[in-house]
Design a protein around this ligand. Structure first.
Ligand code: SF4
Length: 439
């Protein structure tokens, strides 16, 4: 069978979903074309000749970008079997079916994807069966130099990407992982992860991003991998995503991460308001975030906090407080400016919809936007969100550095410049990946 695997956007990373799917399908003898539309064009000839075309939909932005491509693909090849796989496939089942997608697969997708491509029933919408993993096949994807790079002390490093686990054992209310994995996570065997890293190092990777929803869901597994990675490649650095709760609970592991080459930890702080954190069931408090930040600093690790600053519970005082905390903790330059402008995303099936106070704020489901529109009870907060977003969009386009955009947001909100006794570190002082959008 001829199969085209399509990715539209994966945060500037070489798409793991395509490489894993390609390995499985090639092992079954299928002829696979990988199309990463983030760095290339729709492969019209391969699409016309394909028996199956499968879209990897791991996130909201990727799914939205896939919608017009689906139309184009149907025009080019109306007879092809269309498949959507990844986290956002089951969340948008109804709309994707209307667009002509035949098979939808969420969760542990590899076995079901093979079934769908070979014309059999792919099984239930959400698959959580353990997969007999195989090493991802990246041979037909664009080179790592086409993707996001790490910037550190004026140096630009090539970045590889892998996943040591999928799903998550937590149930944060706003998280898109939860409606699919519902508190379950699955580990990728250490030997598979390490071989995937070895191959990327041979292809030029100097730094690895672990894209697990939470790297310390299985701490023993994670530590085995980073110890082995460091033994084999002492110069290789890496980053990972770990929730505040795990940073506190597994604090003894933080020096191990630093020793084995970890440069920074991304953590979804979301808010510095305890009420918002409780509503989102984040499992941490404002005080916990500050404690975690201190632990990371003591361990010599940078913190890359992410936020959802505009929620139905956000107050103007709370937003100002978040900016103040970022200044006082020296984190203002570590935050990608777009993080200070994001509104809560409420996709279909979001557990946020269970909160009774959210219901009167809903303005209907937007099928093309793939989200529930909502308004804040105080229109002034929506206006603030709009102004901050416009500012960030404009200043990013003008290539202003993050510390300068932070200064401008502060000015917008307070009508005055930040206090002079706080330093806004220039971005070069903090390691970061040059892909500004997180969604
Ligand atoms: S810890 Fe992270 S990945 Fe897990 S449910 Fe919460 S937000 Fe989602």
């Amino acid at each position: 069978m001829r199969v085209v695997l399509v990715s539209t956007y994966e945060l500037g990373r070489q798409p793991f979903g395509l490489s894993s799917a390609a390995a499985w399908l090639r092992a079954r003898g299928h002829e696979v074309t990988c199309a990463d539309l983030a760095v290339g064009l729709v492969p019209a000839k391969a699409i016309r000749e394909a028996d199956s075309i499968a879209f990897h939909l791991p996130m909201h932005t990727a799914t939205r970008m896939a919608l017009p491509v689906l139309d184009r693909v149907r025009e080019l090849n109306p007879a092809a079997r269309l498949v959507a796989f990844g986290l956002y496939a089951p969340l948008n089942e109804q709309y994707l079916r209307q667009l002509g997608v035949h098979h939808l697969i969420g969760g542990e997708f590899e076995t079901a994807l093979v079934e769908a491509v070979e014309g059999r029933d792919a099984g239930p919408l959400i698959q959580l069966d353990r997969q007999p993993f195989t090493v991802p096949d990246r041979s037909f994807l664009p080179g790592l130099d086409r993707y996001a790079h790490l910037h550190i002390h004026g140096e630009r490093r090539t970045v590889g990407y892998t996943e040591a686990s999928r799903g998550c054992k937590h149930l944060c209310r706003h998280c898109p992982v939860v409606p699919v994995y519902n508190g379950v996570f699955r580990v990728v065997p250490a030997e598979i992860v390490l071989e995937d890293i070895r191959r990327q190092v041979r292809a030029g990777a100097q730094h690895i991003t672990f894209g697990d929803p939470d790297f310390l869901n299985g701490p023993g597994h994670a530590l085995r991998i980073v110890e082995a990675l460091h033994r084999e490649n002492p110069e290789l650095t890496y980053d990972a995503t770990i929730k505040v709760e795990h940073l506190l609970k597994h604090r003894e592991f933080l020096p191990v991460l630093a020793r084995t080459g970890c440069l920074f930890i991304t953590t979804a702080v979301e808010s510095t308001e305890d009420l918002v954190l409780q509503k989102l069931e984040k499992g941490h408090s404002r005080a916990g975030f500050l404690a975690a930040r201190n632990l990371l600093r003591e361990a010599g690790l940078h913190l890359n906090p992410t936020f959802v600053p505009f929620t139905p519970w956000t107050t103007r005082e709370g937003y100002c407080d978040m900016l103040q905390v970022l200044l006082e903790t020296g984190l203002a330059s570590s935050v990608a400016p777009i993080q200070l402008a994001l509104r809560l995303l409420i996709p279909a099936h979001s557990l946020v919809l269970e909160l009774p106070e959210v219901q009167p704020l809903l303005d209907g489901f937007d099928p093309a936007g793939l989200l529930h529109r909502w308004h804040h009870p105080d229109p002034a907060i929506d206006e603030l969100a709009r102004r901050v977003f416009d500012l960030v969009a404009t200043r990013q386009k003008a290539a202003d550095p993050p510390h300068e955009i932070f200064r401008q947001i502060w000015q917008l909100v307070h009508g005055a410049a930040p206090p002079e006794n706080f330093d806004l570190l220039p971005r070069a002082a903090v390691p970061y990946l040059d892909e500004p959008w997180y969604c």
